[in-house]
Design a protein around this ligand. Structure first.
Ligand SMILES: *[C@@H]1O[C@H](CO)[C@@H](O)[C@H](O)[C@H]1NC(C)=O
Ligand SMILES: *[C@@H]1O[C@H](CO)[C@@H](O)[C@H](O)[C@H]1NC(C)=O
Length: 275
């Protein structure tokens, strides 16, 4: 008799849990459009940024002795749950008043070769400035290899315009880096090609000589006699060019040389005489 009541209570609990799960799951960056019409490029970028989502970033700006602000930032997560979707929140150091600069439910993201631009729109409205529009945070993430995330800082606050104002931040991270391609230069490709060709030549020739010609010993190397001749030729050439002392100096040469050396000073004198 209590069964229907019991079941409906269970159902209610499950529904509440489901809603709660849905809500915690949904509190991440949301780009414009619903699931089916979202940009694939933006979704791919959000996936790239996911490793940073567990980190928190703080930067303090001291405008004067009495005026300072703390900016808290998270990548695609709420800074704290009391701020509705606030992904970048400013806290006034004097009175602790918080202002949401940008919300993660209004995210825009795009990238270049070595940077990612993350924009949170839908922040709290400006008062007198910027035509009272909603605040906007622009975060430029630059590629820096080997660094998960660092150097979060504020660059500027543009608010003296009638519209399109923004807060500009920057940080470094390796998620913004392009995928590393293999660094094979033309030279190394050539070297690899030549090496493989030589290997194929030696192995193929060896097998041919051994299995088809039936050669034994050193004769198994392809074109053995040719390489042997070439080796001898090179050795001769080297002997001719590189050996510092001649192996035997012809006797006649020495004689001629001595004679000529004797004559030389006179020749030089003859040359000088007319002057
Ligand atoms: C960042 O600043 C806020 C507000 O001052 C503070 O509550 C929080 O602990 C700081 N977080 C880190 C990681 O420094
Ligand atoms: C984002 O969240 C804020 C606060 O809940 C809400 O006012 C705003 O309409 C939301 N924006 C979108 C596009 O849903």
């Amino acid at each position: 008799m209590s069964s229907p009541c019991h079941t409906s209570t269970m159902l209610l609990v499950f529904m509440a849990l489901a809603v709660a799960a849905q809500q915690t799951k949904d509190r991440t960056c949301d780009v414009v459009g619903d699931e089916s019409s979202e940009s694939q490029m933006e979704r791919a970028l959000l996936k790239k940024l996911e490793p940073l989502s567990q980190m928190r970033f703080n930067v303090t700006v001291e405008k004067s002795k009495t005026e300072n602000y703390v900016y808290q930032f998270r990548v695609c997560r709420e800074v704290d749950t009391s701020q509705d979707f606030g992904g970048l929140v400013q806290t006034d150091g004097q009175n602790g008043k918080t202002t949401v600069i940008g919300r993660i439910n209004e995210t825009q993201v795009f990238s270049g070769s070595d940077w990612i631009m993350l924009i949170y729109k839908g922040g709290d409205s400006y008062g007198r400035h910027c035509g009272g529009e909603k605040r906007r945070a622009v975060i430029m993430i630059s590629c820096k290899r080997g660094v998960t995330a660092s150097s979060f800082s504020i660059i500027s606050e543009e608010r003296e315009k009638t519209q399109d104002c923004f807060y500009l931040f920057e940080m470094d991270s390796d998620v913004a880096c392009p995928a590393e391609d293999s660094h094979l230069s033309v030279g190394s490709i050539l070297l690899i090609t030549v090496t493989s060709l030589v290997a194929v030549y030696i192995v193929g020739g060896f097998l041919y000589q051994r299995l088809i010609v039936g050669a034994k010993g050193m004769e198994q190397f392809p074109h053995f006699s040719f390489w042997q001749d070439l080796g001898n030729l090179v050795a001769d050439g080297c002997d001719f060019v590189c050996r510092s002392k001649p192996r035997s100096t012809p006797a006649a040469y020495r004689g001629v040389g001595d004679d000529q050396l004797g004559d030389e000073p006179e020749e030089r004198d003859d040359h000088l005489l007319p002057m």
